[in-house]
Write a new protein. Structure first.
Length: 192
């Protein structure tokens, strides 16, 4: 079987990893944290709506990912990554709600794809895998929120069956700029 390669000899098609695969290789886990920081810092620096006003620190991203991996081990999260060769090009995760009354539900907290890899279907593949993981984990409702001007992400989520259940006008503030905060849900109880 032939594998297409890039000019540097790496594969042209991404491979997708789950948290177990990431955690099983210490070198891969360390590289994942560094490269996740790179992706987040570059996207936020470019104005992406990922929850930070300025690029997060490397320590902040490492702590966040450590917390997610602990939640995965407890059965309260899913983490997926996309790589081209040995280079991380995207990742995403969901976390189960901690409050006892909300335990059947989870929130898709983060989805980030390297700007250089946009348009390759990586965000769709990551989200599809995370949705499948949520179904398998018995999540009843998977929620998320997005900044109102993030039309590409909103279009992707809607195409995968998420529906809008609320909107806070001009809620997201970055300096003098204001955007709506849009809330979406995928309700597995309705056969979605």
């Amino acid at each position: 079987m032939r594998t297409d390669t890039t000019s540097d000899g790496g594969p042209t098609e991404p491979t997708f990893l789950d948290a177990g695969e990431l955690a099983s290789d210490p070198d891969l886990a360390d590289r994942f944290a560094r490269e996740a920081h790179r992706i987040l810092a570059e996207l936020v620096d470019g104005g992406a709506a990922l929850g930070w006003v300025g690029p997060p620190s490397r320590d902040e991203v490492a702590e966040l990912l450590g917390d997610v991996l602990l939640a995965v081990r407890a059965g309260d999260a899913s983490l997926r990554a996309a790589c081209l060769g040995r280079r991380l090009v995207g990742f995403g995760y969901w976390l189960r709600y901690a409050r006892p009354t909300h335990r059947p539900h989870a929130d898709l907290e983060k989805l980030a794809v390297d700007a250089a890899a946009h348009g390759r279907g990586i965000g769709r593949a990551l989200t599809t895998a995370l949705v499948a993981d949520a179904r398998q984990a018995g999540v009843e409702v998977l929620t998320l929120d997005a900044r109102g001007d993030n039309t590409g992400a909103l279009r992707l989520y809607r195409s995968l069956g998420f529906t809008e259940y609320g909107r806070l006008a001009d809620f997201v503030a970055v300096g003098e700029h204001r955007w709506d905060k849009v809330f979406l849900a995928l309700d597995f109880r309705r056969g979605a």
